[in-house]
Design a protein around this ligand. Structure first.
Ligand SMILES: Nc1ncnc2c1ncn2[C@@H]1O[C@H](COP(=O)(O)OP(=O)(O)O)[C@@H](O)[C@H]1O
Ligand SMILES: O=C(O)C1=C[C@@H](OP(=O)(O)O)[C@@H](O)[C@H](O)C1
Ligand SMILES: [Mg+2]
Length: 192
C-alpha cells in the first residue's frame, strides 16, 4: 500500500521534521528554525530525557536500546498525529522504524540534513561521548554505519547539503525552500 498523505492539515500548518545521521545538526538547526519561524521546538531525544529524568546514554544503559526505540516510536507517532506548527528534530536512528517514517511523511514536511562523510568525521569528537550507538566502534565501523543509513533518509520531502554551511545559513535555506512550497501549493492560506 502506498503512503497516505494527510490532506486535512493545511501545508502551512504542517510540522517540519528534521532527519539525518547523528551529528549532522538536527537539534542545532531545529532551534534556529524555531526562533526564525516563531514556532515551538521539540527535540525528541530531549523530550525522552525529560520524561525519564536521565540522558540518552543512561537510558540505553539502564533500559536498553529496544526500550529507547519504543519510546521514540510512541513519542513521534503521537506528536505527528496530534500537533501542528511545530519544529521537530528526530534522533538519527528513528527513521529506521517504518512506522515512524510513514507517520512523519504522511503528516509533516520532512527535511533531510545531508552531510558528507568527510565533513562528518571532523565532527566526531564533538558528539562521540553523548551518542551510545558510536561507543566502542572503530572509525571504519562508524563509516559503515554512516553509509548503511544513508538510504533511509532518502524518504524525505526536501533535502539540503549542509557541507560548509553554518547553522544559520542552513536554517535560512530551509525556510526559503519551505516558503516557496507554501506559495506554490497553498497560496490562498492566511496562516503563517
Ligand atoms: N552547520 C554546522 N556547522 C558546524 N558545526 C555544526 C553544524 N551544525 C551542528 N554543528 C555541531 O555539531 C554537533 C552536533 O550537532 P547536533 O545539532 O547535536 O546534531 P544532531 O542533532 O543531528 O545529532 C554540535 O556540537 C553542533 O554545535
Ligand atoms: O542515530 C541514532 O541511533 C541515535 C541518534 C541520537 O540522536 P541525534 O541524531 O540527534 O544524535 C539519539 O537519538 C540516540 O543516541 C540514537
Ligand atoms: Mg539531536
Amino acid at each position: 500500500m502506498g503512503l497516505q498523505i494527510n490532506n486535512d492539515i493545511p501545508l502551512r500548518e504542517k510540522n517540519i521534521v528534521l532527519i539525518g545521521f547523528m551529528g549532522v545538526g538536527k537539534t542545532t538547526i531545529g532551534r534556529h528554525l524555531s526562533d526564525k519561524l516563531y514556532r515551538d521546538f521539540i527535540d525528541i531525544d530531549q523530550e525522552i530525557e525529560k520524561l525519564h529524568g536521565m540522558p540518552v546514554p543512561k537510558i540505553f544503559e539502564s533500559m536498553g536500546e529496544q526500550a529507547f526505540r519504543q519510546m521514540e516510536k510512541e513519542f513521534i507517532t503521537k506528536l505527528c498525529r496530534t500537533t501542528r506548527l511545530k519544529i521537530i528534530s528526530l534522533g538519527g536512528g528513528s527513521f529506521l522504524q517504518e512506522e515512524i517514517k510513514q507517520v512523519c511523511l504522511a503528516n509533516s514536511i520532512v527535511f533531510y540534513l545531508d552531510l558528507s562523510w568527510d565533513s562528518w568525521k571532523d565532527r566526531l569528537q564533538l558528539i562521540m561521548d553523548s551518542r551510545p550507538v558510536l561507543q566502542n566502534k572503530s572509525l571504519e565501523e562508524i563509516e559503515k554505519l554512516f553509509y548503511s543509513r544513508q538510504s533511509i533518509y532518502e524518504a524525505n520531502n526536501s533535502k539540503v547539503s549542509t557541507d560548509s554551511l553554518d547553522p544559520e545559513e542552513i536554517a535560512d535555506h530551509i525556510i526559503d525552500t519551505i516558503k516557496l512550497g507554501w506559495e506554490l501549493y497553498d497560496p490562498a492560506s492566511d496562516a503563517f
